[in-house]
Design a protein around this ligand. Structure first.
Ligand SMILES: C[S@@+](CC[C@H](N)C(=O)[O-])C[C@H]1O[C@@H](n2cnc3c(N)ncnc32)[C@H](O)[C@@H]1O
Length: 285
């Protein structure tokens, strides 16, 4: 591997935290963020009250209860869990896919910038900026689009397909712009080739200062958060560019992809990335 490849390899491992064993997770954090179920604890539901009580008693003497959650290689490769320490939740295979798509458009001179819509702690976008750095690319931008306050309640923009969705209630998914910028800064990658689009996609994307995209990465989880992005940005994606769908196994997202592709008669094949995600190449059949 040359130095650029080695840099990108180590960036993927750092951003996904796979370089290290997952340390203990504070029980209090899981509790405050309603993540006790998502954390895959082995504590039977009936005993959670006792565990809470233990945590409370320990905190009185300055100690903290922590949870041992050690994701196996499969979970880490496929981004199959909500991490506590990582900068991105997408796992190594989806990071590899970003690298593949970006290297393809750079090598084939397919014009346009890069965007992720739905960035959480920003790790996938930090990796996009790292790819530009690795190859000395100075004339392309990375756009970082998010509310920076989590997901919208269902039906905010009028779409009924998200009715009953509860993702907006997870504080864990709300990461401030300041926090994301700090993570870019810590990797030495916060500069004028990175632009932040803050707000609901339906408000920021129609007037975003983007003329052409070569990679459009969607990670907004819901029907509305997928459809709003496609209706604003898909026409700006160059022929030969890539549309990556992180949440294809989530019902709302999948339906939005099916509806949008049907409305434009898009027949480019969907290519699986891992058990959760797919991509297609615009104009390639
Ligand atoms: C699953 S997380 C994204 C994970 C991220 N791509 C990563 O690499 O870890 C979903 C993100 O989408 C954002 N989001 C979802 N719907 C949105 C909307 N309609 N407008 C703005 N942000 C939205 C949330 O704030 C959250 O940060």
């Amino acid at each position: 591997m040359n130095l650029a490849q080695r840099y990108l390899d180590i960036m993927k491992k750092c951003l996904s935290f796979t370089l290290w064993k997952e340390p203990l997770i504070p029980f209090d954090y899981l509790q405050k963020n309603n993540l006790l179920e998502a954390a895959q604890l082995n504590v039977p539901q009936g005993q959670l009250g006792q565990v809470r009580e233990l945590g409370h008693e320990l905190s009185k003497v300055g100690l903290e209860l922590a949870v041992n959650f050690d994701p196996d290689d499969d979970l880490r490769q496929n981004g199959g869990y909500w991490p506590y320490y990582a900068d991105t939740m997408i796992g190594l295979k989806r990071l590899d896919n970003i690298q593949f798509c970006m290297e393809y458009v750079l090598n084939h001179q397919i014009p346009g910038d890069f965007i992720e819509t739905g960035v959480w702690r920003g790790g996938a976008c930090i990796f996009m900026r790292a790819v530009l750095e690795a190859y000395g690319i100075k004339d392309r931008m990375v756009y970082v689009a998010d509310s920076f306050k989590g997901l919208p309640p269902p039906e905010t923009g009028g779409y009924t397909q998200d009715r009953g969705d509860i993702l907006h209630s997870y504080g864990y998914l709300a990461v401030s712009k300041n926090d994301v910028q700090k993570r870019f800064y810590e990797y030495g990658l916060l500069d004028k080739q990175v632009a932040f689009l803050e707000g609901w996609f339906s408000e920021t994307l129609p007037s975003a200062p983007i003329t052409k995209l070569s990679v459009l990465r969607l990670d907004g989880d819901m029907y509305a958060s997928t459809m709003d992005v496609l209706t604003s940005l898909y026409e700006k994606l160059s022929d030969g560019g890539f549309c990556i769908v992180d949440d294809y196994t989530l019902e709302g997202c999948r339906k939005a992809i099916e509806d949008f592709r049907a409305s434009l008669g898009i027949s480019s094949p969907l290519v699986p990335i891992d058990p959760y995600s797919v991509y297609w190449q615009k104009g390639v059949f």
